[in-house]
Design a protein around this ligand. Structure first.
Ligand code: 4AD
Ligand code: MG
Length: 432
């Protein structure tokens, strides 16, 4: 038997159809039983008339519970009263499994839904988010492949830090001190650009973030690129084009889902059309002082509050570049004219979604890298493999990392990054 998806059945619009799925809603009277059936493609109302069934069958239908799995054969026809404009009159049915009482009901709080994420995943809201998530992953692959990047993988067990010791996960390994979980692919990507030149990945990254915020996970998916012969502008251009491409694809493929999430597509469209403003750290301090009355001493990193205030001034992501060297990672290239700042940039999303991309041109001077690693108290010997990249045919290069969940949270306008990933991990949540 060939089963149609609910979407296909609606497209067919008339005649007999075989469909299967889960009971999304049910109600009945002594003559009729209404079932709203759900599958991955959508929902449709089905109706059974008592007169068409034996008493045994009718009792089975009457006892049907939410989330029971069922196969239905029936006649589809247009019906203005039903939620999607079509209805299936049931001729035959086969209950595959009658579900226990489903724990998720309307009035449940956010923590309850997170405790039951394995079931909440079936909600229309989570389904919409997961479809958009799938589009985002696909768009990242498409963008980089269209631009002749090779897909490449770094190890997850790593011997050195890259983004600062405070967010490192140290895990037991065979050796005494254990190893670190990847914060980024970067130090293992740079050696490969001397062979493949243009590479990208999508992989999990790990950060031991102790604080509970709406934009930090301890395990998140990281889309990263690294490129030989690249100027700072080349890196920023790819970051901007990638974001535009992702949004374009989501609008193309997921208009239904954006509607379920009540996301204003016009707001997203602006970021496809307009060029992202690029402003230096120095200019940001001036802007925040003039427009938001915030006085930030030169040399301090921008915190969440400052990023949010800055994002209020724009309706697209804004690219902040040339940060003070002392707040940025050891590998970022010193500016030739001003050694106090580095060619590093953050993309700050609009609507208060924070940093979605961090990237930089890489320092080419081995001595400067060693100096900065020493200042951070690192053991230089551990970085031999990385320092070798600067010894044998070093070229100007750089790259960036994009936080997939931050981008999804922004695109879907979620209250919390935890809703953008199937099973969120934070300092306080590692179950289910
Ligand atoms: O700015 P970050 O730390 O940069 C790097 O890791 C570079 N090595 C990337 C590179 O140049 N290849 O992280 C990159 C992005 C951030 O802009 C943010 O979007 C995301 O990763 N991110 C997180 N997302 C969710 N939860 C967290 N705890 C995150 N930490 C960073
Ligand atoms: Mg960053």
């Amino acid at each position: 038997m060939k089963y149609l998806s609910i979407k296909e059945a609606i497209k067919k619009g008339k005649g007999n159809v075989d469909i299967r799925g889960w009971v999304y809603r049910e109600r009945g009277s002594n003559k009729f039983k209404f079932i709203v059936l759900r599958d991955s493609s959508g929902i449709i109302q089905c109706v059974a008339k008592k007169e068409n069934f034996s008493e045994k069958q009718w009792n089975e239908l009457k006892a049907l519970t939410i989330e029971s799995s069922i196969k239905i054969t029936g006649k589809i026809k247009e019906d203005k009263r039903s939620p999607v404009g079509y209805e299936v009159e049931i001729n035959k049915f086969n209950i595959i499994q009658k579900a226990d009482a489903f724990p998720i009901a309307k009035d449940k709080g956010i923590e309850f839904l997170r405790d039951n994420r394995h079931l909440w995943l079936r909600s229309r809201r989570m389904t919409a988010i997961m479809k958009i998530r799938s589009t985002v992953f696909g768009a990242v692959h498409e963008y980089f492949r269209k631009n002749s990047f090779y897909e490449y993988q770094s190890p997850i067990f790593q011997s050195v830090q890259c983004e600062g010791g405070s967010t490192l996960f140290n895990v037991p390994y065979f050796k005494e001190k254990g190893v670190f979980l990847a914060q980024t692919w970067q130090l293992y990507a740079e050696p490969e650009i001397f062979a493949l030149e243009k590479i990208y990945t999508i992989a999990p990254s790990f950060r031991a973030e102790k604080s509970q915020t709406s934009r930090h996970l301890t395990e998140y998916w990281h889309a990263e690129m690294e490129m030989a012969w690249a100027s700072f502008d080349d890196i920023l251009n790819h970051g901007e084009e990638l974001i535009k491409y992702i949004i374009k694809k989501v609008i193309e493929k997921n208009s239904e889902e954006l509607e379920i999430l009540q996301r204003d597509i016009k707001k997203l469209n602006i970021s496809i059309k307009k060029k992202f403003p690029r402003i230096s750290y120095d200019e940001v301090l001036k802007l925040l002082k003039e427009k938001k009355n915030m006085k930030i001493p030169w040399g301090k990193d921008l915190r969440t509050v400052e990023e949010d205030k800055l994002s209020e001034l724009y309706d697209t992501p804004v690219i902040v570049y040339n940060y003070p060297k002392k707040v940025k990672a050891f590998y970022m290239k010193e500016d030739e004219k001003n050694p106090k700042v580095v060619h590093g940039a953050d993309f700050i999303a609009p609507e208060g979604y924070g940093e979605i991309i961090g990237g930089s041109e890489r320092e080419s001077d081995e001595k400067k890298i060693i100096q900065r690693l020493k200042e951070e108290g690192e053991n230089i010997k551990e970085y031999k493999f990385y320092l070798d990249t600067r010894k044998y045919g070093s070229v100007p290069h750089g790259g960036f990392g994009l936080g997939i969940e931050r981008v999804i949270a922004w695109i879907c306008k979620l209250d919390d990054i935890k809703e953008s990933i199937p099973f969120p991990r934070t300092a306080r949540r590692w179950t289910p």
